[in-house]
Structure formats: C-alpha cells, structure tokens
Design a protein around this ligand. Structure first.
Ligand code: AMP
Ligand code: GLY
Length: 412
C-alpha cells in the first residue's frame, strides 16, 4: 500500500513511525515532511492541493492522511474524493468547524453542545460597545485560522480594546479577524479528546493533557503545544461521562442534522470547570503534540483503524496501560521570531525515548532547525515520573543553539 501523509510536524512523524511498523505499507510519501519522515519514505515539496492530487494519481497513492487544518479547510478531501482517491479527513464544509470559530460557536449553540457563552461580531463598532459593558476577564477570538494565535484572554477593557483593534482594524491575522467571538472566561483545567470518526460514530482515544503556554507553570504566551501527557491525570471517568452526554452526543446529532458527517479525526478542546466540561473548540484533525503521546500507547494497527473508519465499520481502540510523555524542544524565541538552520547534534545519544523531528530538516549530512517546535522526545513508563525521567534525560544530550523546553511536562 502506498500512503501519502500531508504535513510536516511532529504529529506527522508520529503517524509515519506508527505506519512504518505495518508490513502492508510499502511506500510512504510526505508533503512536505521533515528529517524523521525522510527516514521512512520520500519527502515531496508540493503544497498546492491540485498538484498534490495529480501526484497522488500519478504515484497511485492508495491512502492519503491529512495532518494540518489549512488544506482541510481549503478542500483537499473534496478534491481527492472527486478524483476517486481514498483520503482520511473531513471535507471543507465540516472542516469549517475548525476554520471558522463563528460557525463552530453557532453550531454548538444550535445543537446544545456545552460551551462558554459568546457573542459573534462582524462590526467593530458593536464589538467595541459590547466590551465597554463587560466585567473582566473576557476572551476575544479571531474567527478564522490564525495559527493558534488568534485567542486573547483580556484582563481589562484596555487590553480588549487593543485586541479588537489588532484583529478587526489592523488585521494582524488578515481575514481571520473579520469576525470576532467575545466569550466568557472559563476557569478550570484543559483536556484534549481526539476521536476517530467512521461517518456515523466517534471512537475517542485516551484523554490527553497538552501544555499550551511557553513557560514553566503555565506562564507566558500561548504556543502550538510544549508537551503532552496521556492519559490526562486530571480527566476522570466522571468527566468522560459528562463529555459524552453534553459534548460528544450533541455534536454527532448536529453533524447528522447538518449533513456534515465525515471519516477522519475530530479533536475536542475542553475546559473542565466546576460546572463540568465545556467545549472551547473543535479541531478537525489529529492534535500536535497530542498525537505523539497517543501513538505511543495505541495498541491497534493504525492502518486497520483508518481503513475500518473509511469503510464505516466499528472500531475498538486499545491502549497500553502505561503513561506517555512527549517533550517538545523549541528554538529560542518561539513562539515569536526564531532563527533557522541551526545544526542539531547529540541525537545519536538519545537512549530512552523515541526522537521525532518536527521543525527540522536534512541539510547535507546534518539535520538543521527549520521551525519553532524543533523536535519531540516521546517515552512511556509505568508511571508519569518514569516516562518523564526518560525524556528529560534524553533532552540533555540533544543540542542546538538557543534550544529550550519546559521543565514541568508530566510533573504532577
Ligand atoms: P481555542 O483556540 O479556542 O481553543 O483557544 C486557545 C486557548 O485559549 C485554549 O486552549 C485556552 O487555553 C484559552 N481559552 C480559549 N477560550 C477560553 C475561555 N472561554 N476561557 C478561558 N480560556 C480560554
Ligand atoms: N495541540 C493543539 C492542537 O493541535 O491544535
């Protein structure tokens, strides 16, 4: 079987490593991949949907898996399906649940998916009037895709005013800020639940804890994720029950009512408050770095699960009874401006963890940095502490200039 994976992060490296252990996979291609995926197959440098479609036809690709949100929202699945290509992911109409926060909030409200109270604005003047009447903190979100940066928790009116101006007038995230969502601030802990969908039902993976803030103790700017732990130690059976009843089931009902069913992944970004689980967002894809920890524990054959979903079959997911910890090593300056082309060394001394490159690429005989989140170290153990010790021991031997990582991933 010939597989194409679209994407270039640690998530795609984890998917590639998992698929590589399957003897049915004969060839893997990655668009555009990274320094890990190049070990498992061939990296190709197309990112245009039409060119990727033509590549898949020409190379007789049997299955395409799409990692990131942008091509999904742009309609890669629609295009591939229209040409008879097998592809795992939602069509653009369903991917809009991630691509437009205004659309997804309206969906949640219509189908009683428990979420923070919110108002959507496309008028700057009305939004400004609204923030003058609020008590703080509040949360302002740009509706469109903004690379995970379009959400600001505003502590006071001045910050809210500046945020509205940045999003709606200065358009720092371009068209993503044409509409904004202003919502109640929720206090609690976050959890990511990622589920496979066979078009009819969802099959959730273990709940994962993602570490979103750049600094130890959850301080500083929001990032794409500085580490992950599975299963989340905070998300208990009672939360799972609440999640199924108030979020998962109403979401399924809404997808059916709107004819938005899909075969792919759905990711529920949750905030669990003292009043239960609230949905912050849908992502219509595998999470990064959640996938790295999930794949380390998933006992099923990934290809079987994906194929069963594509055929509308039931899936029974099985996970190792262990803990997984993923540590993200970043380049100095992340999530702001970073340098690239820094040489990465010491990786041959990594002993206890799986090393998955993310923003790192081959350059001659060397591997150099090409992004902010450079590489992931993933380990499992009987306890969080055991898994944690492994990744932190290995983090000490991997070197590149200005490297940094959080010290508290998996520490409870
Ligand atoms: P989102 O992209 O909507 O998931 O928001 C990104 C991050 O902002 C979340 O992971 C939370 O850390 C934070 N956030 C979003 N909405 C809220 C909210 N209503 N209350 C508190 N924090 C929030
Ligand atoms: N880790 C959050 C995401 O994948 O969006």
């Amino acid at each position: 079987m010939r597989v194409l994976i679209v994407g270039e992060g640690g998530r795609e490296s984890a998917l590639a490593a998992k698929l590589n252990s399957d003897s049915r996979v004969s060839e893997m291609y990655f668009a555009k991949g990274n320094a890990t995926t190049s070990k498992f197959g061939k990296n190709i440098y197309e990112n245009d949907i039409i060119k990727l479609r033509d590549f898949a036809i020409k190379e007789k690709i049997d299955l395409t898996i799409v990692g990131p949100e942008a091509p999904l929202v742009e309609g890669i699945v629609d295009e591939f399906q229209a040409h008879g290509l097998k592809v795992f992911g939602p069509r653009s109409r369903a991917a809009k649940l991630e691509g437009s926060k205004a659309f997804s909030k309206k969906f949640m409200q219509t189908y009683n998916v428990k979420t923070a109270n919110a108002v959507v604005f496309d008028s700057y003047e009305f939004a400004k009037e609204h923030i003058a009447k609020r008590t703080y903190p509040i949360v302002i979100k740009a509706s469109g895709l903004a690379g995970g940066k379009g959400v600001v928790i505003c502590e006071d009116h001045a910050e809210a005013e500046a945020t509205l101006e940045n999003f709606m007038i200065r358009r720092i995230y371009g068209d993503a800020g044409i509409q904004v969502i202003i919502e109640d601030y929720l206090e609690g802990f976050e959890a990511s639940v990622i589920a496979f969908s066979n078009g009819e039902k969802f099959f959730p993976c273990l709940p994962v804890k993602d570490y979103k803030k750049v600094g130890n103790g959850d301080t500083g700017a929001n990032t794409g994720g500085m580490g992950s732990v599975a299963p989340s130690p905070e998300f208990q059976d009672m939360h799972a029950y609440d999640f199924h009843k108030n979020i998962l089931e109403p979401t399924l009902a809404g997808l059916k009512a709107e004819n938005l069913q899909f075969k792919g992944m759905i990711f529920f970004g949750l905030m669990v408050t003292k009043n239960g689980c609230h949905l912050l967002e849908y992502n219509m894809r595998f999470g990064d770095p959640e996938t790295q920890s999930i794949m380390a524990l998933l006992e099923n054959d990934l290809l079987d699960v994906i194929e069963d979903c594509l055929e509308g079959k039931e899936v029974e997911l099985k996970f190792k009874d262990e803990k997984a910890v993923t540590l993200v090593m970043c380049s100095g300056g992340y999530p702001g401006t970073i340098q690239t082309d820094l040489v990465i060394s010491g990786t041959d001394k990594v002993k206890h963890s799986q090393l998955l490159y993310a923003g790192a690429t081959n350059s001659g005989d060397e591997v150099v940095t090409s992004g902010g989140r450079v590489l992931n170290l993933v380990a499992t153990g009987a306890t969080y502490e055991e898994a944690r010790r492994k990744v932190y021991e290995d983090a000490q031997v991997v070197k590149f200039d200005y490297a940094f990582y959080r010290e508290d991933i998996g520490k409870f």
